[in-house]
Ligand binder design. Sequence first.
Ligand code: G3H
Ligand code: 13P
Ligand code: ZN
Length: 323
Amino acid sequence: MPLVNTKEMFAKAYNGGYAIGAFNCNNMEIVQAITEAAKECNSPVILQVSAGARKYAKPIYLKKMVEAAVEDTGLPIVLHLDHGADFEMCKDCIDGGFTSVMIDASSKPFEENIEITRKVCEYAHAHKPYVTVEAELGTLAGIEDDVKVEHGSESYTKPEDVEEFVRRTGCDSLAIAIGTSHGAYKFKPEQCTRDENGVLCPPPLRFDILEEVSKRLPGFPIVLHGSSSVNQEYVKIINENGGQLKDAVGVPEKQLRQAAKLAVCKINIDSDLRLAMTAGIREHFNAHPDHFDPRQYIGDGRKYVKDVVKHKIMEVLGSNDKI
Ligand code: G3H
Ligand code: 13P
Ligand code: ZN
């Protein structure tokens, strides 16, 4: 099976009450960990590449590694551009064989966002085969590449904007802001309460916005960015092995599971993979200070990333056995 776009994948996910995991990849071990986990769970999957990943690994390496994963697993896999900054970057990826792109003009005024998104959609949809386009309305807090949005400067998606935006742009899916954010520090400690173990409990996502958006866009796939849960098990391993991650906090998995049962068809996860990889490598070095073969320590990181992806598919996304 060749790389696929998100059209059929999202239609099935919407009707089936589950979501597809969109995992960021930057190197071979991450691609392998994600796709081997998906294979063992019989799950479709989206591999997404950011501008930072393109800079780090070169687009051609990422494309070839993802193609190798398709051949190795036989799974339906989408190769997606994450946070495409402008038309040129989206065009470059479409021309280079990506099957889906995100144009992220969410920081621009409404009319400008529509204009840029519409232009990308026209180009992507005229491409043979059809390339799907994700757009965004509203802004998340946190860090994406070199752009940092401070807590307090984020803005929730306004449900009253979504019908006009989708109609005028022709986008295939829409990322909305309902309280998730990028990175491993999603909420300031002051925004949270603490449980009996001192672990931070964040404020709930704005399900009222999600429900209003999906009422206005029946059957239309919604995307959640910034959806790592920052599992404390991995934070603990990192901190016990020389790391210093203080007050790292994510989106509770229960809330993501609930979102996946509603209109959310794509859930973006990157930070949780970074934490797992780092936990595996730090633990390895601490246990084996004499090791210097990268296959040994990166191999342990890869194993933890695979465990995380399996857990997400089975317990959060519900996309297992959906092929
Ligand atoms: O949304 C951001 C993703 O986590 C990608 O991060 O831009 O550092 O590759 P990156
Ligand atoms: P996290 O930082 O929560 O993993 O979000 C990743 C993301 O949204 C990529 O686009
Ligand atoms: Zn994102």
